[in-house]
Design a protein around this ligand. Structure first.
Ligand code: GLU
Length: 278
């Protein structure tokens, strides 16, 4: 597979310099490898994502000196694809409906034996079929969670054998256990970042996922989904996060450091890129 990487912003606000660093890192990797670079709008959160932000993101990236293959994939136009992924996971028997409220989940976590209590690890006993259909009929809200216990049963020795390549660091064990049973969809939103990103990375032939190290902890979950869905596992590179002069991560709410405000104040792309060096 030829080198293909991507930048996958969520248009919930304007890009800041930390996003610019991420986009530039991925773009440069594609240039150096003479590979492909694609852009994907991760806009499944249709409440927080806005078209106006998307346009500003495109303008920012052009200004910064990036170019990419058209068309840009917009996830909000592909909910059916992600729905099919969820159906496959249901058919494999690895997801379950969880009707618990946040408060009930927190209480369950607090009751769990010490050391396993930081994340939700599923109900002690599965809900009976009758109770489940009654609650669905009653219109109660629920989430679809991925059951690690069922994944382990289904995959057998393949579960513990899951690995991925972290560029520059070699082979890593993909152990999703510290994450517990993660939510993959909700009653009213039939997908999540995890489902959509795994589907799209495969669909777009992404050979190298280059993204911030804040997402590294989710990579074992993504490798698990790839294993369940018979999708290839790309090489991963989790880059450092750019910090401001106070040593804090750039955040979307800090308006002073958006790329839009920088370019409007006369800062040049070269000056922005100069901030990427340690
Ligand atoms: N959409 C994610 C974000 O804006 C990036 C996801 C990824 O690179 O896997 O943080």
């Amino acid at each position: 597979m030829s080198f293909t990487t991507r930048f996958a912003p969520s248009p919930t606000g304007h890009l800041h310099i930390g996003h610019a660093f991420s986009a530039w890192t991925a773009f440069q990797a594609a240039v150096e490898a003479e590979g492909r670079f694609v852009l994907r709008m991760e806009d499944i959160d249709t409440v927080r994502c806005k078209r106006e932000y998307e346009q500003v993101i495109l303008d920012d990236l052009i200004w910064l000196g990036l170019d990419w293959e058209e068309p840009v994939r917009r996830q909000s136009e592909h909910f059916e694809d992600y729905g099919r992924v969820l159906e496959r996971l249901k058919a494999l028997g690895v997801v379950y409906r969880c009707f618990k409220t946040r408060r009930e989940i927190m209480a369950d976590i607090a009751r769990a034996p010490h050391g396993v209590g930081e994340v939700y690890r599923g109900p002690v006993a599965p809900m009976s079929g009758d109770e489940e259909s009654n609650r669905v009929e009653a219109g109660d809200a629920f989430a679809w969670r991925l059951s690690l216990a069922r994944c382990r049963d289904l995959l057998g020795p393949r579960f513990a054998a899951m690995r991925y390549l972290e560029e520059g660091q070699g082979e890593q064990i993909a152990d999703p256990d510290p994450l517990g049973d993660i939510i993959l969809a909700r009653k009213d939103v039939g997908t999540s970042y995890h489902v959509a990103v795994v589907h799209d990375d495969a669909l777009q032939g992404i050979s190298h996922v280059i993204r911030g190290e804040d997402l590294r902890e989710m990579t074992p979950l993504h490798v698990l989904l790839q294993t369940l869905l018979d999708l290839p596992t790309p090489v991963y590179r989790h880059h450092r996060l750019l910090l401001d002069e106070n040593g804090e991560r750039f955040a979307k709410r800090n308006r002073s450091v958006t790329l839009k405000s920088l370019r409007e104040s006369g800062v040049t792309p070269d000056e922005v890129r100069a901030k990427f060096n340690p």
